[in-house]
Design a protein around this ligand. Sequence first.
Ligand SMILES: Cc1cc2nc3c(=O)[nH]c(=O)nc-3n(C[C@H](O)[C@H](O)[C@H](O)COP(=O)(O)OP(=O)(O)OC[C@H]3O[C@@H](n4cnc5c(N)ncnc54)[C@H](O)[C@@H]3O)c2cc1C
Length: 413
Amino acid sequence: MFDWLIVGAGFAGSVLAERLATQRNEKVLLIDRRAHIGGNAYDEYDAAGLLVHRYGPHIFHTNSQQILDYLSQFTAWRAYEHRVRGVVDGKRVPIPINRTTVNTLYGLDLDEAGVAAFLAGKAEPVDPIRTSEDVVVSQVGRELYEAFFRGYTRKQWGLDPAQLDKSVTARVPVRSNDDDRYFTDTHQCMPAQGYTRLFERMLAHQNIKVMLKTDLREISDVIPFRRMIFTGPIDEYFGHRFGKLPYRSLSFEHVTRDQDWFQEVGTVNFPQSEAYTRITEFKHLTGQEHPKTSLVYEYPQATGEPYYPVPTAESQALYKRYEELARSTANVWFVGRLATYRYYNMDQVVGQALATFRRINEEVPMSARKQLDLKRRSAFRYAEALFDDLAPIALAPGARGNGRTETADRGEG
Ligand SMILES: Cc1cc2nc3c(=O)[nH]c(=O)nc-3n(C[C@H](O)[C@H](O)[C@H](O)COP(=O)(O)OP(=O)(O)OC[C@H]3O[C@@H](n4cnc5c(N)ncnc54)[C@H](O)[C@@H]3O)c2cc1C
């Protein structure tokens, strides 16, 4: 009997599997209907040997030292600050809009104060601010809104910004200085050996069994378990009984080019006529050296894998009904971007999973037997650690065989 069935091997499911297995000594069955772990953060080497993100570019950024420290148990990091350019009327300019963007587009040579005054002059007061359109127009005016946001949003969401809640664009900053970083978080980095390797290390524990290409429906009546963590779409869990929650999907076109570099930064956005929204060149993100280069083009679409919850008032109201149902479902925890129907970045999902673990600890006390087991294990690990301090003398060069050695390996990557 498994203590936990965890559905979905993305960040939400994997973090909880790791916590439950290592901190509560509980047996976890982690399933995913895909053929791999890592959820949407999964990366792999393509036919040319370049590390690519199958489900679009994933850049790690966070302001939380706690989340970074937690993940650092499973990976070393490569410092990386993402930069984005937008192609507007044939000109390539920094996104978010900054001093260079304004000067290039308008043929000006303004300093910081000049750009701030220029943007303030363009901004149109909107009160109250309700939609994405209101947010952008009130910050930069209609002209820049049309150039950068309207077309992009229509492609991305299949909706006009006037139909979208203000939260979708509220986060897009506008700068009057030359800062051209896409994110401004304290920590911006990429796992040194990729996300999949990070997940492999997170899940390498004797209490965790991983079953891939397995849907919840196939096993829920067959394999016994005590409690469940569900990280898939919440409406699917309840058989879509109130109707389907709307999602925006994407198709990814992966391309390898026989040239060193394709573009000057990680991502180039196309807010105007092209069918794709952006092109990402992975070598910028991964730091890999290779004579060829791999890119991904993203084409938004209405159907397919659920990627982005559609942030309208109606979809939120529908989600609330499912959330109510989830609250009254005993012994099942709903975690992650699909189960809580919110666009979360990776660090936010890790934070949510760690918070869920704390809640589980409060609500489900560990059995006396498990507590005793854990004490025995930590006493054993202490004895093992004492042995390890003497071990280099005894072991042959390159001999490996316990968690401590792996930790040292991580530090090199
Ligand atoms: C194109 C794109 C780019 C992104 N870029 C970034 C970025 O740069 N930085 C960032 O921080 N975040 C980014 N994100 C967000 C990031 O992908 C998510 O925060 C993260 O993957 C969420 O993890 P999760 O575990 O909640 O969900 P997921 O990673 O989606 O994992 C859920 C898993 O559950 C499985 N599953 C669902 N239902 C079932 C079922 N019934 N049975 C079995 N398995 C099931 C799915 O197959 C899936 O693997 C991006 C997202 C997208 C779509």
